[in-house]
Design a protein. Sequence first.
Length: 386
Amino acid sequence: MNTFTPELSVLKNAAPKQFEEREQTLPRQIVADSNIVLFVGQHMNAPELADAGYKCFFAQDFDTATVTIEQLQSVFRRKPGVIIYRSHTDNQKGLNAWKEYLKNEACYSCIPFLLYVDVDEITPEMKAAAKKYTFIDEIITTKCFPKLSSKIAFINKFKQLNTYPPLTVVNGGKKVKTKRTVNAVLKRSFDILIASSALVVISPALFLIAAIIKAESRGPIFYAARRAGKNYQVFKFYKFRTMIADADKKLQQLQHLNQYKDASGPVFYKVSNDPRVTRFGAFLRNTSLDELPQLFNVLIGDMSLVGNRPLPLYEASALTTDEWAQRFLAPAGITGLWQISKRGRKDMSVEERIALDINYSNSHSFTYDMWIMANTPKALIQKDNV
């Protein structure tokens, strides 16, 4: 059988070296979109990406990059899995060009877009620029390269789930939206009713807890962190602060105490008798009172009373395979199947925890939620300080 290799003269003009090197390899093998990385602005060495199976291309500027993207699409039927853009805050022209391009080319808008800078360039002005240009998913430095592949996978999954419309089912020629089912309406109504009523009733206790936290240690009353919920939606997650100030910065120092440190596959972080936890914080954790501010998350709609626990982004980034991602099909919740089964026990494995989440995702309903709510009170008191 005869084979045909398309003419790559335009590609070679756009980015000579890499297309000359890829000309013989790409047509002969199927390269998934997620395996193609496009560096724009400055040639960077990233052996970690090459080791992870990524094909790296380089473009000097915006114009060269767009030609490269279009030729990848037309010649190889591929598009980049991620765009890594090297820029400075004074390069407003380049950022504006990307903004208009991604706005007009909807098929490329779901590609993860990372802004690469030097560590000393992460200034308030740079952060403000990243917020202004909403197509920028994250600012990265060379320190991020060892874990960049998992970060790309997470952002890619997140953007795909948020780019495509809700699932529809064709039934007798009529499209029936599955997003708003009877169970969903009942669940949301119940969440609003219970959360609002509970906040009114327990408001004196909330003020008392807040006062004790403020008196015991310096720092804010509430702990707010970015978490990934249903369909990898990222939101601000609220709890009463139970640790010393700047506890997150000491996370790496305690990796040897992680009860999941020897686990294979996705890794969660849980420490028994965590030294960062304050005395009153330990009481709040063991009685689950630190979870009360999440009622505000329920009212806002970020969470439900019952669902899978929203995960820190570093944990969610490890759960992007089709198998593990099932746990993100269910709403994020304050309590759930995991909490009433083996919450707070040291002997719970990562696989057991994810399996319980997937079990709930595949079978959750309003009736199932009521059963979990009925079994939650006896599970509120933890057996171990984790």
